[in-house]
Design a protein around this ligand. Structure first.
Ligand code: MG
Length: 397
């Protein structure tokens, strides 16, 4: 009822919510058969990420198991990285060898701290290994290779590498999210559902992950500060606090304008990835892959629109997108034409916000960069050509 109430002023969201409620399918696996490792795989998926579990249902059956295994392997790796109760030498050893452990029959892990919410996945990890080994070797190779690169990258940051420069920021985001984009792109290309040439789009695939990760890192400012970690690059936040002060000073009410200028500086940085994300999505041919890849991107763009130039990020923490808007975006992001409309609307909205702020905050120098990214996203930069067989491609003007 709350979701309907929040969308009361948005008729298109109400319509989307009502059709969603009427057509809602309950998850099929509530009590899994413990002897069926495939059942267990989807049980773990529902336990660790409801949103990803929903998105994966939309994917072509050829890719569903491989993508589910890929997600769970990386979720397990991340559970080790995040657990502050594992001693550093042990954690480092695990991160470096995870790509081997993930192929070792019967391996599981019981050393997570008591508060680790995904410890269950590692306790029965032999099931994921079994399902990984049941995949076509072409998928196994991609999953293991990405786990190797990600584990080594995480170990670098766990062992003292800091997010100081923008290069560090991009590198960290590459390890934890860009590599996911690369892995998924590899799976898509190998499936035969996409052109093999998609596998060569490594730059664009990385950009997809970078945008998603930067949105997460920006919106989590308060939550991460509370946990004593922050992934905002020091070379940027240090411009906006007194010499020697820490990033927590951004949340002090007297630093309001500095905090907003810092946020918008990093928003400008994140938004620069968006035209490339749109270009990546325009290269996808299979409708189920398109929908799967587009959903997180439009959700991230909607989240970006919520916190860009919004001081509540520092005073109240992250805000959630209305459920009605989520449902509307998911229902709409099914083809390139509709997607371009979503991007166009957000580009207009964000550039209007940007223009309305001009001259109001002398510390904020992000105007040109935000405006340029919005213009690059703008629908007028693209002409969509539709061939008679329905195959779509895009060329820049
Ligand atoms: Mg992590």
């Amino acid at each position: 009822m709350d979701a309907l109430f929040q969308s009361i002023l948005y008729p298109s969201e109400l319509k989307a919510l009502i059709s969603y409620k009427l057509n809602q399918v309950k998850p099929s696996i509530t009590i899994p058969n413990k002897n069926n490792s495939n059942d267990m795989l989807y049980y773990f998926l529902n336990k660790t990420s409801r949103s990803f579990a929903a998105v994966i249902q939309t994917l072509h059956p050829e890719l569903r198991n491989a993508t589910c295994v890929f997600y769970l392997v990386l979720r397990a790796l991340d559970t080790i990285e995040d657990d502050m109760t594992i001693p550093l030498p042990r954690k480092t050893e695990l991160l470096h060898s995870f790509h081997e452990l993930t192929m070792k029959d019967g391996w599981n892990f019981h050393e997570n701290g008591p508060d680790e919410k995904d410890a269950l996945l590692l306790k029965d990890y032999q099931i994921v290994i079994k399902e990984l080994k049941a995949l076509d070797p072409k998928y196994q190779k991609i999953i293991v290779d990405i786990a190797k690169q990600m584990g080594h990258g995480m170990a670098e940051f766990v062992n003292g590498k800091q997010v100081n420069s923008l290069e560090d920021f991009n590198l960290y985001c590459h390890y934890v999210a860009g590599l996911v984009g690369l892995g998924l792109t590899g799976l898509f290309a190998e499936s035969g559902l996409e052109s093999p040439s998609l596998g060569k789009e490594t730059y664009l695939a990385n950009e997809m992950g970078l945008f998603l990760q930067k949105v997460n890192i920006l919106k989590d400012f308060l939550a991460d500060m509370k946990e004593g970690r922050l992934f905002w690059p020091k070379s940027i936040w240090s411009i906006y606090v007194a010499p020697g002060a820490g990033p927590e000073d951004l949340a002090k009410p007297e630093n309001r304008l500095n905090a907003l200028a810092c946020l918008n500086n990093l928003c400008a940085n994140a938004l620069e990835h968006v035209p490339n994300c749109l270009e990546y999505l325009s290269k996808l041919e299979d409708p189920s892959i398109f929908h799967f890849a587009a959903i997180p991107q439009v959700m991230a763009l909607a989240t970006f629109d919520l916190f860009y130039n919004n001081y509540e990020l520092f005073s109240q923490g992250k805000k959630k997108i209305r459920k009605g808007l989520t449902v509307k975006l998911i229902q709409k992001a099914t083809d390139m034409e509709s997607l371009k409309q979503i991007y166009f609307d957000y580009a207009i909205k964000i550039s209007q916000k940007c223009r309305s702020q001009l001259g109001k905050n002398p510390k904020d120098e992000s105007f040109m960069r935000i405006s340029t990214s919005c213009a690059n996203v703008n629908i007028s930069n693209f002409i969509t050509c539709r061939q008679s067989n329905g195959f779509k491609f895009m060329i820049r003007k």
